[in-house]
Design a protein around this ligand. Sequence first.
Ligand code: ASP
Length: 286
Amino acid sequence: MQLPLIVVHGGAGNWKDERIPVGIEHVEKAAIAGFKVLETSGSALDAAEVCTSYMESCGQLNAGRGARPNSDGELELDALIIDGSKLDFGAVGAVTGIVNPVSLARYVMEKTDYKFFVGNNAKRVYDQMIAEGYREEIAEGDLQPADAPSGDTVGCIVVDSDGNIAATSSTGGIKKKIPGRVGDSPVMGAGAFANEICGASATGWGEHIMRVVLSRMTVLYVEEGLDVTAAAHKGIKMFEEKTGSKAGIIVADRSGNYGFSHNAKAMPLAIISRELKNMTSHACRE
Ligand code: ASP
């Protein structure tokens, strides 16, 4: 039995060599935070939210507090959370003034009749979420961009002991994006996807990831009979052939098998399977 399982990525991209250990450190910490939730009988969704919130809060990855500013110098955040067992999701795009868009995405999924909010009106939903006590407010002083150069988009897949799958994606987007630009990360099926069989979370150049609906396609390959590793490689090969661009993907099925693939310089990964002591992590260099 390979469950429970958490697979975490810190973004596929052109990582500076000296930043790679920082990326690994924070995906490891995120994996531990999420896995501890699973150990205390939290759901896959709870663990995925905690894991992703950690990466949004750490200020060292391209999400939440550490997000890459847009061309106006503002942090505009995108996030997606998926409950594979219900084929349900919540998403937010281009939201400003918050640290943990993944929690807002979960609120959208669980507490509204809608799936996707953007911009200033997503912030209004956030204010409603705080007023209802769903999650706590993060102090405004904590919203300054991180001093350190950012890492990359973050995401995870969690499979709990019952085989329920949750997946996330959270980002500040690509370098020098103009205000209002939203990439793949909050788009169901592109930035991430999960159903009752398999989950995937993608990272890379969002405009191109959306063109091939990378996460959904990769899960489809598993549904058609490939193992998760073969499906991850097929997904990235298809992506590269169709777009000539760079991306990475993590994949996990309901039995706790996981795989990954990318065609960028590096993609920090941390994986914990069955027990906390079984953590493995690496830079997944090209
Ligand atoms: N996929 C993200 C976006 O296009 C960026 C990344 O993963 O590095 O917004």
